[in-house]
Design a protein around this ligand. Structure first.
Ligand code: URA
Length: 263
């Protein structure tokens, strides 16, 4: 293996910290793979760079001015058509179907998760498994329904074995998410978990630091809360997630209910 330069060591250490924040503590090094860079503050740069492919292919997406001339339905259809039967990254090899996103295209709130799991891959819809049931409960606790919000993911294909999507996979897929955001134009995006938060914001920080604030993000706002799958593993954090959702409700001028009646 080629020895790492000091810069590469620093970048690797930032990446290891990124995965530790996600609760991943075992790592392997692919032979002779280029070392990933740390996330940069520029969202555009996270979208443009790829970390592990030897020759990253530029992601081709239809330009938004064209989409802006269309109705929201037609624009979302055009994004979906642009994705097509996507083979832009390795996630296409094992997925059953692309999970584009669903919900109210005029929603004030857009939830963004990490990527489809087994249930989503089977049904073609985001957040329909156990985590999805908890997300529905979280949405209901806000006094609204799942049909009132828009839900999408950073990557649109299920990572094998539900592993965390890799940096280059996120970079390949996120231009489509950015377009979905630009079409839906939610008043606020709620990033569910560290993968969504870090990819959207382009910040490599801990969940503890990322939560608890409203960010300016691409002509809208963004808040970060825990991923439902994490809350299923550690239900004690539900109270913290509820604080995040209350912050979102206050931001939108919604009436803040006392609290979720059940998990
Ligand atoms: N986890 C996610 O991040 N997204 C889904 O759609 C389902 C589970």
């Amino acid at each position: 293996m080629t020895p790492l330069t000091p810069e590469a060591k620093k970048a690797l250490s930032a990446r290891v910290q990124f995965y530790r924040d996600l609760g991943i503590h075992s790592f392997y090094r692919r032979s002779e793979a280029p070392v990933a860079e740390a996330h940069t503050p520029e969202v555009e740069s996270t979208m443009a760079k790829s970390s592990s492919a030897a020759k990253p292919a530029p992601v081709k997406v239809k330009s938004l001015p064209v989409l802006n001339d269309l109705s929201k339905t037609a624009a979302l259809d055009a994004i979906r058509a642009d994705i097509g039967d996507c083979t832009r990254c390795r996630l296409s090899k094992e997925r059953n179907q692309i999970v584009f996103g669903t919900g109210n295209m005029d929603a004030d709130i857009m939830f963004v998760g990490e990527g489809p799991g087994a249930d989503e891959d089977e049904q073609g819809l985001p957040f329909v498994g156990r985590g999805g049931q908890l997300l529905n409960n979280m949405i209901n606790a806000m006094g609204i329904k799942r049909e009132d919000v828009y839900i999408a993911n950073v990557v649109k294909c299920r990572p094998p074995g539900n592993r965390t999507p890799e940096r280059d996979e996120c970079d390949t897929c996120s231009p489509f998410l950015m377009q979905q955001i630009e079409v839906v134009k939610p008043k606020i995006i709620v990033a569910l978990g560290a993968v969504a938060a870090k990819n959207l914001l382009g910040l490599n920080d801990s969940m503890a630091n990322l939560r608890g604030q409203i960010y300016d993000f691409k002509n809208t706002n963004l808040a970060v809360t825990y991923h439902p799958a994490y809350l299923l593993r550690d239900p004690r954090q539900k109270a913290e997630a509820w604080k995040d959702l209350q912050m979102v409700m206050k931001h939108l001028g919604m009436k803040v209910p006392a609290g979720p009646k059940n998990g």
